[in-house]
Every structure is written in C-alpha cells, then in structure tokens.
Design a protein around this ligand. Structure first.
Ligand code: ADP
Ligand code: MG
Length: 702
C-alpha cells in the first residue's frame, strides 16, 4: 500500500552507520517511539537551537562568553599527574596575538595528544572564557585540521538530548538520513506554496538540519512552517476523509416531537442553564436536518454535559430509534449511568450499561433487548463496539472524551447504524483555534456557565513568607467547621534534591498535625488505594478537616463541603493543573477560597499564570491564556510543549496555518476525494510520512 518511493525513509535508524543496537534504545527514547525509529522519525526531529561558529577572531580579539573558532598552534601538553585524575589535562596553544588554554577533564592523555599534536596547527571551536587572566576553552566542541575546517559546519544544530546519546551521534545520523532523502513529489497546491512562500520539502528539511542562517531553524520561518503545514494538512486531510465517510444520505430526521425531553426537563431538580438550553436546541436542530450531525460539546467537569447528552438521546428515542454513549473508562461510564438512570426512568426512557464487567447471562440479556429495540440508550465502554453488540436502529452515537478514541473505534460505533449522528463530549476546554486541529470541521457547543447554585471562588496569591498567617487562618476556618484541602507538589524530599524550598506533603502534614491534632489527614500517591479511600472518606464525613494532599486529589474526588484550598508552590504548577485542582472546591453551597502560596522570586511567566488563575474560573479562558502565554514564552533554545499528537506544528506560532490546512484539505476533498490523480498519490505519501494513513483504507487504493 505504501508508495515504494518512500521506502528509504521507512528504513530503521539502525541501518545508519554508527547506530547500533545500543543506540537503538536511545533513539527510541529520544524520538518517543516504542519501536525502532525510522529515518522519517529522525528527520522530523527538529533542532531547538544553533551554535554559531562563524566568529574567527584572533586570540586577543576573542570575546569571553562567546563561541569562537580559533586557529592555533599547539605548544605543549600538561596531562593530569597520575593519581590526581580530578585535575584537568591542560593544552597550551597560541597564535601571534597571545595564548589560549584548552582544558580537558577526565580525558585519556593519549587521546588528547593525538587530537592536538604538539607543534601542529589546529582549528578549535568552543566557548571562550577568561580564567586567571588567560583565555581558556573548556572541552572545545570541535577540533579540526585544515582539511576538517572545510567540512566544519559554520552553524551547528542543537537537538533536545537524551542521556547517553551524544549530540555528535544525532548530527551524524541526521546527516546520513538527509543523504537518503528520496525525491518527493509536491503535495501542496501551487497557490498555497506561492502565498505562504513555502520551499519544497527537501529544502525545508535540509535548511532546518543544516542551517545557512541562524534564523533558519525558527518555527515561524518558512522552512519549519512548511513542515508544520505538512503535518497540519495530513491531520486535516485524515479528518476530512473520515468525515466524508460519515456523510449521511439525505432525508433522515432523528428528532421527535419533544414529549420525552419535556418529561425529563420537568423531572430535573434544577433549571437548565442558558448554555445547556442552547446546546440542547442546537443538537435537536442538527438531528432534525437531513445532514449528518457532527457536533462537539465542550465544558469543564461539572458543567452539566451529561444531561444535554441525555436530552439528545431522548430526542432520538422519541422517533423510536436508539442512542449509545461510549466513555473511555468503566468509572466514567458508571458515573454517566448514575446521573442518567433516575432521570430516564421518570421519563420512561429505557437505559442500560454494558462494560467489560457485564458478563454471561446478564450480557446476553442486554444484547437481546438491544437487538429487539427494548433499550433506548446504551451507556458503556469499548464493550459497545464488539461485533455481537447489534442495535435495532442506532441513530445517535455520543462519544465522551473522544481524543482518547482512535478513528477506528469511532467509526466502529457509528457503523452500527445507518447514517448515525455523532455528538462528542469533551471536558478539556480547547481554544477555538485548536478545535480544528483535533476535531476537524465540527460544529461546536460550549457550556461556559456553571450550573446555578455554585458559589464563586475567591482566589488569592500569597507569598510563602506568610505561611504562618495562612495556618492561623486555617485554624479559624476549622473552628467554623470548614473543610480545607492543603496541596503540596511533592511527597518525598529526595524527589527534589537541591530544591530546598519545596515543602513536601509529609512535612507539612506533621507541622499541621502538631498544631491541629487529629483533625489533619494525609493522602499521597504512594499510599495504598484502600488507605487513600479511607482517608478520603474521613474527609468527606468531616472527621478530618484539613486534608494535606499531593496532586492525587486532582482527579475523581468529590467533597462538596470542602470550601478552602491552599496550594503550596503554586508557581510550579501549570495553568491547566491549577484549574483542575481548584475545581475540587466551589462545588457546595458555600462560598469558597483558594490561596495560591508562591515562593519568591516569581518568574514573569509564573506571575502571569497566577494572575490568570486569580482572575477567572472559566476553563476556556484559562486554556486560551495558556496558549497565549506559551506563545509569549517562545524563546529559542527552550523546548516548547507542542500539541499532543503533533510534533512540529506549534499552536502559538502556526495558528493561522491550521485554517489554511483545513481549507486546502476541503479543496482536495472537492476535487479528488479518493486521492486518485498524480497529486492524490503525492498526498498519500504525505499521509504516510505523518502517520495519518489510518484513514486511507476508507477510500481504497489510488
Ligand atoms: P459533566 O459531565 O459536564 O462533567 P455532569 O453532567 O456530570 O457534568 O453534571 C455535574 C453535576 O451537575 C451533576 O450532579 C448534575 O446533576 C448537576 N447539574 C447539571 N446541570 C445542572 C444545572 N443546570 N443546575 C444545577 N445542577 C446541574
Ligand atoms: Mg449528547
């Protein structure tokens, strides 16, 4: 299936000279692959920095602190005296303007003497330093003779490293991989190439790995951008292929007269929020269109997505058809059914659950009832897509947390009915600019409001020099019967050797216990599950009033009565994590307080993060600010965390390319939906290179 011209790029890195079985492991680790990486994986590993070796001063002109390439004559060696192996091996060298000292620690004398032969001329490149009034280079990066100089890159690339894998090994492997790059067809349209000033892919790869200018490796420049566009186009095209597959024949309407929905709404112990109503309305209107629904429903945990999903299922049931809700885990599936079952029952909607736990007779019964149309909504896990699970007439598939499911699983569920409408639920707020990247062209509903009755959270940042005052305040709070989370970043001191100000949870627990006695409890990740559950239960019951915890409380804990949270070393947490943590309070009827203890001095970035968290509890705004801050933090040489699933495209740099890639994918789908022509063949190459070929079997051979 894979075009044979790509074969050289899919050869294993171990086929390169200098990459043996030992390096195999290191390259797997470096490139984050579970199997031996291929040359394409290596080539798409882009440099994070460059070293400019173009400065060629004399020794007297050399500026300490800069990288220089000096032309010197080797005068003499002073190896470390035997028995004093910690002393350096010194090499004295000079030119007509002065002397320079080349210093090597823990080096074999024979090796250094061969590298820098006495009386000969050598070119030495490295960072110049001033030491005791003498110019010095410690461990020069490069030492070459006249012949080697011609081949010495003027600009060296720097890659993120893995322990045990030297930068030189990566550069040598990269150079060989570039040599093996086959001529590749152009898959980008001439208009886009012109508009974006993209170079051909071969030029892009060469220029980022063998830069001619320092700026060649910057993500915003055309070389990197071209590769990012390729990656985004591959993603968009794969999504478009799947979407085309999902297109529904005209004429089917899946929403009924509203009688079941009214019953459910009447039975609710609360009023729907405006955004829930809007979402339910948009979904009903989609279901009523003779076009297949593909809608994303986004909202923070606790924003009330489940009831919206239930209303969608009810709309479908009104027409006598069925719905399925697939969650990624057993726990989530059971949580859904717990919320849904009582409401459904009152409306006469028949629901059931099917996970790996339902077995034997129980499972057979569910399957029989499903096939007979006696179940209106089936909630479950992957168990739903097993072959023998057959619906009488599935019309709606609700997929919770879809990015954890692959294309195949999603298709497998929708293929259990005709032209099934699809609703995706996501609890991770994704900025609108990024929704496209993950979900392609989907309609979007957002639940931005918190359900009524939720109290606002007062969030403040306090320097940890005031921890004493905070402890006093906690004392007053527990006298009032309040429940307090106290979050610490680490459990064991040994985890953070050298970072002294990190307060570990155990130590904090001891301090608070001395003060407040029995009312303080501790949970952390190293505790046994049952022990953790016991402490959590005590906290939920109010027997413990201060719960010292590591980030284990981040997920799956619901103690509505807890109304205070202290987060130590808040500057060390990411925005998303702070948001998740804080989401544990503000769930009850009481006003809540979140105190962010930070250690001074704050970096600009940490200060900006804390400001965002103080200002808003809106998960969408926090996600957007997170993206913006990461964009501002774009500094050459720091590794940016990209988009999960994307190696090259950076949301903060290439945001406008996402829409362009989408448009390009749509044009392709209009002109050549089966990727049959010459350009279609080129696009197939693209999908293989970026591992988006999963969608190709859907359209058959080219
Ligand atoms: P999500 O699935 O978005 O994380 P859920 O649907 O589980 O959130 O809802 C969280 C809780 O809020 C549930 O207990 C639900 O009954 C409740 N809830 C949902 N909508 C409202 C509302 N409009 N007003 C009050 N409570 C609501
Ligand atoms: Mg739904």
């Amino acid at each position: 299936m894979r075009p044979s011209l790509l074969n050289p790029l899919f050869a294993p890195v171990t086929s390169l000279s200098g990459v043996g079985p030992k390096q195999d492991k290191l390259f797997r680790y470096l490139l984050d692959r579970s199997e031996t990486p291929r040359l394409v994986d290596l080539l798409l590993h882009l440099p994070t920095n460059v070293i400019d070796r173009r400065a060629r001063p004399t020794i007297r002109e050399a500026i300490p602190g800069t990288v220089v390439t000096l032309e010197v004559t080797i005068d003499r060696h002073r190896p470390a005296s035997p028995g004093r192996s910690r002393a350096p091996h010194l090499v004295y060298a000079s030119d007509e303007t002065g002397d320079v000292l080349l210093t090597y620690f823990r080096a074999k004398p024979e090796y250094i003497e061969k590298l820098l032969p006495k009386g000969e001329k050598r070119f030495v490149s490295g960072t110049a330093q001033m030491f005791d009034g003498t110019l010095q280079i410690v461990h020069p990066d490069r030492v070459v003779d006249e012949e080697g100089l011609a081949k010495l890159p003027q600009i060296d690339t720097v890659y993120p490293l893995t322990e045990g894998l030297a930068i030189g090994s990566i550069r040598r492997a990269m150079a060989q991989a570039l040599q093996k790059l086959p001529p590749l067809p152009e898959w980008i349209s001439p208009e886009v190439l012109r508009r974006c000033k993209f170079p051909p892919i071969a030029e892009a790869l060469h220029r980022v790995h063998e830069p001619v200018e320092l700026t060649d490796i910057l993500p915003q420049n055309p070389f990197w951008s071209r590769l990012a566009f390729d990656e985004l186009l591959a993603g968009q095209l794969a999504l478009a292929l799947v979407r085309a597959q999902l297109r529904r024949p005209a004429g089917v309407r899946n929403a009924g007269d509203g009688h079941l929905r009214h019953k459910i709404i009447d039975a609710l112990p609360y009023a729907l929020t405006n955004s829930q109503q809007e979402a339910a309305k948009a979904i009903a209107s989609d279901l009523n269109q003779p076009i297949r629904m593909l809608r994303l429903l986004q909202g923070d945990v606790g924003s009330g997505k489940t009831v919206v999903a239930l209303l969608a299922a009810a709309a479908v049931a009104e027409t006598g058809k069925q719905a399925a809700l697939m969650a990624p885990t057993e726990i989530l599936a059971r949580q859904h059914i717990k919320t849904i079952a009582p409401l459904a029952e009152r409306a006469g909607l028949r629901v059931a659950i099917l996970t790996g736990r339902e077995k034997g007779k129980e499972r057979r019964e569910i399957i029989t009832r499903l096939a007979d149309g006696e179940i209106d909504l089936l909630v479950g896990t992957h168990a739903l897509i097993q072959d023998d699970v057959v619906f009488k007439s599935l019309a709606l598939a609700v997929v919770d947390e879809q990015h954890r499911f692959g294309v195949r699983e999603r298709l497998a569920l929708t293929e259990k009915g005709d032209a099934v409408d699809v609703l995706v639920l996501s609890a991770t707020p994704i900025p609108r600019t990024l929704v496209l990247t993950y979900f392609g062209d989907m309609d979007i509903s957002e639940l931005r409001e918190k359900p009524a009755g939720r109290q606002p959270i007062d969030t403040r940042a306090v320097a940890d020099s005031r921890t004493g005052e905070i402890i006093d305040a906690v004392g007053r709070a527990i006298k009032d019967g309040k429940l307090v989370y106290w979050i610490c970043p680490l459990v064991e001191e040994s985890e953070a050797e050298g970072i002294e100000h990190l307060t570990n949870a155990t130590k904090r627990f001891e301090i608070l216990q001395k003060r407040f006695g029995e009312r303080v409890g501790l949970v952390h990740g190293q505790m046994k599950g049952t022990e953790k559950d016991r402490v959590m239960a005590q906290f939920a019951a109010g027997e413990i009033q201060v719960l010292v915890a590591t980030t284990v409380v981040e997920v799956g804990v619901d103690v509505p009565a807890a109304s205070i949270m202290v987060i130590e070393n808040a500057e060390r947490f990411g925005l998303a994590q702070l948001h998740q943590l804080r989401g544990r309070i503000g769930r009850g009827s009481e006003a809540s307080t979140c105190l962010l203890l930070y250690h001074e001095p704050l970096t600009e970035m940490s200060a900006a993060r804390l400001k965002v968290i103080r200002e808003t509890t809106d998960g969408f705004r926090i996600a957007e600010e997170d993206l913006r801050l990461r964009g501002e933090g774009e500094v050459l040489g720091t590794r940016q965390s990209g988009l999960p699933g994307y190696r090259i495209a950076r949301p903060e740099v290439h945001a406008q390319l996402i829409a362009q890639a989408r448009d390009e994918a749509l044009r392709i789908m209009q002109s050549d939906p089966k990727l049959k022509g010459e350009r279609g063949e080129a696009l197939r190459c693209l999908l293989y290179l970026y591992e988006r070929d999963e969608a190709l079997p859907l359209i058959g051979a080219g």
